[in-house]
Design a protein around this ligand. Structure first.
Ligand SMILES: [Zn+2]
Length: 152
């Protein structure tokens, strides 16, 4: 399980190697994303709170990067943070997410990105629920929910 100490370690000393890399030019991303997805993921935008389609999603499944399809979070680790953005306590895999110290807007925060394609996802904070204490605060526009098939 990752803790805030691991997150700081990754953001300072480097991130774990991803399983693969997906790299495209800005023009190529523009062609496959909606303008809002492009603004959030490639230009580090933030969607308005409570606006995202996945904010209130409760279906079982995997949340994948909207840009490259890599699984990032599982629905079982999603929690209701009340912030207006989808929130998670852990990544699906240790090397799925990249951490980057962000000092924009006069604050020190830790930005989270897709480790496969560098899509901006959101930020991480050390005020999540136990036991990890982590809160991944993620834009809906950065993800798609791949729903689990029902077996009935
Ligand atoms: Zn990605």
């Amino acid at each position: 399980m990752l803790t805030w100490k691991d997150v700081i370690h990754f953001s300072v000393n480097g991130n774990p190697e991803p399983d693969k890399r997906v790299e495209k030019t800005e023009q190529e991303w523009k062609e496959v994303l909606t303008p809002e997805q492009f603004r959030v993921t490639r230009k580090k935008g933030t969607e308005a709170p409570h606006s995202g389609a996945l904010c209130t999603a409760h279906d079982a499944g995997k949340y994948e990067c909207i840009c490259c399809g890599t699984p990032l979070f599982d629905s079982t680790i999603k929690f209701e943070s009340g912030t207006g953005w989808p929130s998670f306590t852990q990544p699906i895999k240790k090397n799925a997410i990249k951490y980057h110290k962000d000092s924009s807007f006069g604050m020190i925060r830790v930005e989270v990105l897709c480790n496969t394609c560098d899509a901006h996802l959101g930020h991480i904070f050390p005020d999540g629920p136990e036991p990890s204490g982590l809160r991944y605060c993620i834009n809906s526009e950065s993800m798609q929910l791949e729903k689990e098939e029902s077996h009935d």
